[in-house]
Design a binder for this molecule. Structure first.
Ligand code: HEC
Ligand code: HEC
Length: 425
C-alpha cells in the first residue's frame, strides 16, 4: 500500500517566495461572518447554556482544546463524555470536500480517500460540520434545528442575522439553520485568526520581517526540517505534505488523506471501558463514517463489511500549531509532542513501551480489531522494523524534529517570543 511517491525535498522550504497570501482573510468581516462570530461565542446555543464552539475550540489555544482531557464533557449538564480529541480549527480553508477517490494535492501520489471535516471526514464543508456539535447529545445537545433557530431568534444579534441573510429568514427553520452553519463557516474563512500565517516558519519561508527583524531558522530547526522530509528518517512529509497544493495553498502540513497508523488505545476514554457482557467499543474511523454528499459520485456510504479496508483510518491532521496541543491523535492518547515523535520512531522496534502486555504478549495496535490491522500504513517511519532493531531516527533527530515543529506555532514575534533553549543552535 505504499502508494505515495517517496520524494526528498520535492517542494520544501527551499522553494521560497512567489506565494500569494490566501484570499480568504479580510480585514473587516462581512455581515455573515460577523453573525458567525456571535454564534461561535454564544453559550446559549447549547442545552447547558454554558458551552459555545469556543469552549472546546479555544481561541487562546489556536482553536483547539485548552484542557488536557482526552475527550470533552458536553450534553445538557456538561457530564456526557465525547469520543474524540478536539482538532484545531486553524488552516481548514483549503480542505476539499470528502471523496473516496480524491486526487492527492501533491499532484503526484495516487488517488485515495481524502478531504472533509472531522477525524473521519463526515462533513463536506465547514457549514455542514457546524450542525454536528450543535445537535450532538454529548456536545451542545440542542434537541433539534428548531431549538437552535429559536435561540438565534431571541439573541441580541437576531437583527444582524436577518440583515445578513433575509428579513424573513426565521420563517423557515431549515433555511435559518442552514444559514447558521453558513455564518459559522464564513467567520472561520474570513477571520484571519483562523489562518494568520504568522509562525516563525512563515516569516522565514515568506522572507518577511517579524517585529522589524529578519527571521532565520536555527541549525537545529533546519536539521529538523531535513528529518521531516527525509524519506529514510522522518518521512513525515509523505502524509503531512507541506509543498504547494494543486487546489491552492501550500505549507498546510497535511495532504487531507486518511491513514491507519495504529495509535495505542486510550483507557481514559469512558467509551473504551470494559463492560462485562458487552462487546468492546472501537472507534473505527473512516469505515463507519457516513459521508453525505449525494452530488458526489465517488462518495459511497461507508458500511461494513464493504468498507472494511477503510477501518482504523483517520484524517492526517495539519501540524501547524501542533506543538501547542494538549492531547494528540484522534483519541487523545498522548499529552506531549515528544511522546508522539518517540512513538512514531519506536512503535515497531519497541512496541512494549507503547502497548500493554497481556500474558507475555504485547497487544500491538490494541485500538483496532485484529481483522483490520492489515490496513495499517507500512511507510517510514512506520514500516515494520524488527523488535529490538535500530529505529530510523536518532535521539538528536527527534530533538531537531521537535524544534522544527515548534516553528509552526502562530503568533511568533521576533525578539519577544521565547525561544526553546534546546533549539537555539
Ligand atoms: C464539546 C466540545 C466541542 C464543541 C462545543 C464544538 N466542537 Fe468542534 N469539534 C470537537 C471535536 C471532538 C471534533 C472532532 C470530531 C470528530 O472527529 O468526530 C470537532 C471537530 C470540528 C471541526 C472539524 C475540524 C477538522 O479538522 O476536520 C470543525 C470545523 C468544528 N469542530 C467546528 C465547531 C463549531 C463551529 C462549533 C460550534 C457550533 C463546534 N465545533 C463546537 C469538539 C467540539
Ligand atoms: C502514513 C502517513 C503518516 C506519516 C508518514 C506520518 N504521519 Fe503523523 N499522522 C498521520 C495520521 C493519519 C494522523 C492521525 C492519526 C490518528 O489520530 O489516529 C497523524 C497525526 C500526527 C500528529 C498528531 C496531531 C494532532 O492533531 O493530534 C502529529 C504531531 C504527527 N502526526 C506528526 C508526524 C511526524 C512528526 C511524522 C514524521 C516522523 C509523521 N507524523 C508521519 C499520518 C502520518
Amino acid at each position: 500500500m505504499s502508494r505515495r511517491v517517496q520524494r526528498v525535498l520535492a517542494a520544501g522550504i527551499c522553494v521560497l517566495g512567489g506565494v500569494a497570501a490566501p484570499t480568504f482573510a479580510q480585514s473587516t468581516l462581512s455581515l455573515q461572518a460577523q453573525v458567525g462570530k456571535k454564534l461561535f461565542f454564544d453559550t446559549n446555543l447549547s442545552a447547558s447554556q454554558k458551552m459555545s464552539c469556543a469552549t472546546c475550540h479555544d481561541p487562546g489555544n489556536h482553536y483547539a482544546q485548552s484542557n488536557t482531557l482526552s475527550v470533552q464533557l458536553g450534553g445538557p449538564t456538561l457530564t456526557t463524555p465525547g469520543f474524540r480529541a478536539v482538532p484545531t480549527l486553524t488552516y481548514k480553508e483549503y480542505t476539499p470536500p470528502y471523496n473516496d477517490n480524491a486526487a492527492n494535492p501533491d499532484g503526484v501520489s495516487t488517488n485515495s480517500p481524502g478531504g472533509g471535516f472531522t477525524w473521519s471526514g463526515r462533513a463536506d464543508t465547514l457549514a455542514q460540520q457546524a450542525a454536528i456539535p450543535l445537535l450532538s447529545s454529548f456536545e451542545m445537545a440542542n434537541t433539534n434545528a428548531a431549538a437552535v433557530v429559536q435561540v438565534v431568534q431571541n439573541a441580541s444579534y437576531a437583527g444582524l442575522f436577518q440583515q445578513a441573510y433575509s428579513a424573513d429568514v426565521f420563517s423557515n427553520t431549515q433555511t435559518a439553520f442552514t444559514d447558521i452553519g453558513l455564518a459559522l463557516q464564513q467567520y472561520q474563512l474570513e477571520d484571519s485568526s483562523f489562518h494568520p500565517f504568522n509562525s516563525k516558519f512563515d516569516y522565514y519561508a515568506q522572507q518577511e520581517l517579524s517585529n522589524g527583524q529578519v527571521v532565520t531558522l536555527t541549525a537545529s530547526e533546519l536539521a529538523g526540517f531535513n528529518v521531516f522530509t527525509d524519506a529514510k528518517r522522518g518521512n513525515c512529509f509523505a502524509c503531512h505534505y507541506s509543498g504547494p497544493m494543486t487546489g491552492g495553498g501550500q505549507y498546510m502540513f497535511t495532504d487531507f488523506t486518511y491513514e491507519a497508523i495504529g495509535v495505542p488505545r486510550n483507557p481514559n476514554i469512558p467509551a473504551n471501558a470494559t463492560r462485562i457482557g458487552l462487546p468492546a467499543y472501537y472507534d473505527l474511523g473512516l469505515c463507519t463514517a457516513v459521508n453525505p454528499d449525494p452530488q458526489n459520485a465517488y462518495v459511497i456510504p461507508h458500511m461494513l463489511p464493504g468498507s472494511a479496508s477503510l477501518c482504523g483510518m483517520f484524517k492526517v491532521p495539519t501540524l501547524r500549531n501542533t506543538a501547542t496541543r494538549k492531547v494528540f491523535f484522534h483519541n487523545g492518547i498522548f499529552n506531549s509532542l515528544a511522546q508522539v515523535l518517540s512513538w512514531y520512531n519506536t512503535r515497531d522496534t519497541n512496541p512494549a513501551a507503547w502497548y500493554p502486555t497481556v500474558k507475555g504478549v504485547v497487544q500491538k495496535f490494541n485500538d483496532m480489531p485484529a481483522a483490520y490491522q492489515a490496513n495499517i500504513d507500512p511507510q517510514v517511519p512506520l514500516d515494520g522494523l524488527p523488535v529490538g532493531g535500530a529505529p530510523h531516527m536518532t535521539a538528536q533527530d527527534l530533538q531537531n524534529l521537535q524544534c522544527f515543529l515548534e516553528t509552526l506555532t502562530d503568533g511568533y514575534v521576533a525578539g519577544v517570543t521565547p525561544e526553546d533553549p534546546n533549539c537555539a543552535h
